[in-house]
Design a protein around this ligand. Sequence first.
Ligand code: PLP
Length: 455
Amino acid sequence: PEDRAWLADKDHFIHPYTDFTTFQQEGSQVIREASGVTVTDTGGKAYLDAIAGLWCMNLGHGRTEIADAMGEQARKMAYFNTFGHSTNVPASLLAAEVAKRAPGSLNHVFYSTGGSTANDTAVRLIHYYFNRLGRHAKKKIISRNDGYHGSTYFASALTGIHGVHLGFDRISQDLVHHVSAANLYRRPAGMDEAQFCDYLVDELRQRIHQLGAENVAAFIAEPVMGAGGVLVAPAGYHRRVAQLCRENEILYIADEVVTGFGRLGHWFASEDRFGHVPDVIVSAKGISSGYCPLGATLFSDAIHEVIAVPQAPGGVLSHGFTYSGHPVSCAAALATIDIIERENILSHVREVGPYMQTRLKELLRHEVVGDVRGDHLMAGIELVKDRERRINFAPDSGATHKVFVAARQRGVIVRPVGNVIVLSPPLVISKAEIDIIVDTLHETMSEVGPALMAS
Ligand code: PLP
């Protein structure tokens, strides 16, 4: 069956985000089983999973407590809808557990199936909110270049990564507007961090002015940009942006799909790492530790008060998914929260996260490495062919793909994203396993780096 899987894949399976040139040449690596931070392919070779599946297997693979919770729920009651007046036990309990850990008054949860649908939900419910307030013009969303918010048509419109739009149409052109990424490595020459922060806040202020605050509903940002290259904003950026939004009655949506549920050492990063309470938080991935698809959009009391008014015009909230509050996914999430608490995962991340960041900085000794950055268990290593002038390799050089392949040969799976090698290991990773990742990357850069520089 494993050989059949490989062939079936090649003939029939259109993979997400796939470079078909390398796919035709190399086919797929079929992963057969996984345990802890290790995944094993059908050839029997084991790898250290330094990307937690895809920023999501936060508690590691093969957690029987989560699998048991899912199995138990599936046997008891695998599914019934949550529309209207129905619910199920895990969905309701989870809403309270999430609200308990969310900052400020973000006490209300709308479930979806993942990050993209959770972002769509954020925007749709914000539009509904302003409609109910009679402010029908307040609809535009400001997002950021290089932000990643998903792949449904609207979440992709929010996404600011250029490549994501190639070959597709851009819908919602007039609804979504992008401002600069908070990319410290590529800030305008001569600016220090504080000046760059001023520059970004000023740019946003001008954009709001240009669009008219009365037309702008929300600003959306990841606390640390993930797929855009792991970009940590200048100190104070999120707080100042949130303040600017408040002054203009613009709602702040924090896309915590990656940063939520422990990756930065806290339940949510917005308040505990970056000092502000958003109006909406979008969560997915780590909420169920990747064991089952789940998205959750958290809304403040103030928003809830408006969207949940009985007998107001349009009193039915016509939004939702068949699998909103899927009991098996919610059971996985409840088990996840329980383990994070029992095993003190947040304090573990606060200990090993800075260790990983410090060790990764050693990679700067390789000429091909232009920048190493990140926060706790989220890191990016940007490759350059000219360090002095910060020039990346040409897109067709396949530079990061070559690093990915060479690291995988040595038994570590990293993720190539544009010019950046991304790391987001399971939160349960040990310092010794972090050492393996960093040592492997040293060897990989020593092998691949000079060849890339010479090419
Ligand atoms: N938002 C962020 C910050 C993400 O990183 C992702 C996925 O990587 C998404 C949204 C989309 O989530 P999904 O792929 O579950 O739809």
